[in-house]
Design a protein around this ligand. Structure first.
Ligand code: SF4
Length: 351
């Protein structure tokens, strides 16, 4: 389990992308509004903790992950790593120590891997570019260890292979090895198993959970899949249209959700849909609106079957609904919890 010290803190994090029309707008630096991809997120992550960011496409979860990995510069708020303000730190040299400690795993192994490099060179690349090894012997042993930790055994059999010679699961393991090779303390994993078969998914999840248990690795796990988040995470943060709308333990969010959006997400997945009394929330209507046109009032109101007048006028505040459990909905304290919502025991893939 995680220790108590926070490794990562996001304070009022914002990423707004300006909308520019034609060439004249570019020349004159004129904006025609902004896409509010991330719009004021507060989140802390404890060392050794697994926090899942869950939401549909367009919720802003990937942008948050890219900010944490320092691949996107926020337009407001703060990113703190061990209390050090990293928000404005830029440039290869200044970021070198951070890149050693924080890595990102991308969803699409086809795109993440250079088809012209063999596995050895792909995994060795961060060690070379961050100048973390003294000689060829140390390089080979670090690459070998990372491939073994990612489940590619025996590692040296994979050194000379190219991405097209690997299965989808093996390619994703190479991506994982490329992140592990620098011995990071925090990994942002963006939909790392969504393109894999179910059996391979479980194996990759076990690799990540094993690393947390052996090395106290911290994981920010980004997914659209609530049951998957429940399987792997200690806590789940649900995002909607650039905002964090509910956060709590994995069991609370999955089995005792207090935001209608989370209930709808939960009811949309047959594995955990156990609440017949919540039929009116079973269908998630429509799609996430564009973050360029955020509705007034509660952002979820155009899709919420429980919306009332106040929801259309006033953005709800965060309401504490339990220990470590917060939901941003006027009804958060009153949303009924009924039916068989008891989580099964030992659901963790490592059990
Ligand atoms: Fe639905 Fe209103 Fe709650 Fe928003 S504040 S989720 S519209 S009930």
């Amino acid at each position: 389990m995680p220790d108590t010290a926070d490794i990562l803190r996001l304070e009022g994090l914002q990423v707004h992308f300006p909308i520019q029309g034609g060439v004249l707008d570019h020349v004159l630096g004129r904006h025609r509004g902004a896409v509010r991809a991330v719009d004021g997120i507060d989140l802390t992550v404890g060392r050794g903790e697994i926090v899942a960011l869950v939401g549909e496409s367009g919720s802003g979860k990937t942008t948050v992950g890219r900010v944490i990995a320092k691949l996107v510069q926020p337009t407001g708020g703060k990113l703190l790593f061990e209390d050090r303000d990293m928000t404005s730190v830029r440039g290869f040299s200044a970021l070198r120590p951070y890149r050693r400690r924080v890595q990102m795993i991308f969803q699409d192994a086809y795109q993440a891997l250079n088809p012209r490099q063999n596995v050895f060179d792909i995994v060795a690349e961060p060690l070379r570019s961050l100048r973390l090894v003294k000689d060829a012997g140390e390089l080979a042993s670090r690459v070998s260890e990372a491939l073994a930790a990612a489940g590619l055994n025996p590692p040296d059999e994979f050194f000379a292979r190219f991405p097209h010679e690997l299965s989808g699961g093996q390619r994703q393991r190479v991506v994982v090895a490329g992140a592990l090779v620098v011995n990071p303390e925090l990994i942002v994993a963006d939909e790392p198993v969504s393109m894999l078969d179910v059996s391979i998914r479980a194996q990759i999840l076990q690799v990540l959970i094993g690393l947390r248990e052996r090395q106290n690795l911290t994981l920010v796990f980004i997914t659209h899949d609530l049951p998957l988040a429940w399987l792997i995470a200690d806590r789940i943060a649900v995002m909607y249209l650039g905002r964090l709308i509910e956060i709590g333990t994995a069991d609370d969010i999955t089995f005792r959700p207090r935001h209608p959006y989370t209930v709808a997400l939960r009811n949309a997945t047959p594995q955990v849909s156990r609440d017949p009394d919540r039929g009116e929330l079973a269908a998630l209507q429509g799609e996430v609106p564009s973050a360029a046109h955020v509705p007034k009032g509660c952002r979820f109101h155009p899709r919420c079957p429980l919306a009332f007048d106040r929801c259309r006028q006033e953005e709800p505040s965060a309401i504490e609904v339990g220990s470590q459990h917060m939901a941003v909905c006027w009804l958060a304290s009153d949303l009924p919890v009924t039916g068989d919502l008891t989580p099964p025991e030992n659901h963790h893939p490592s059990n």
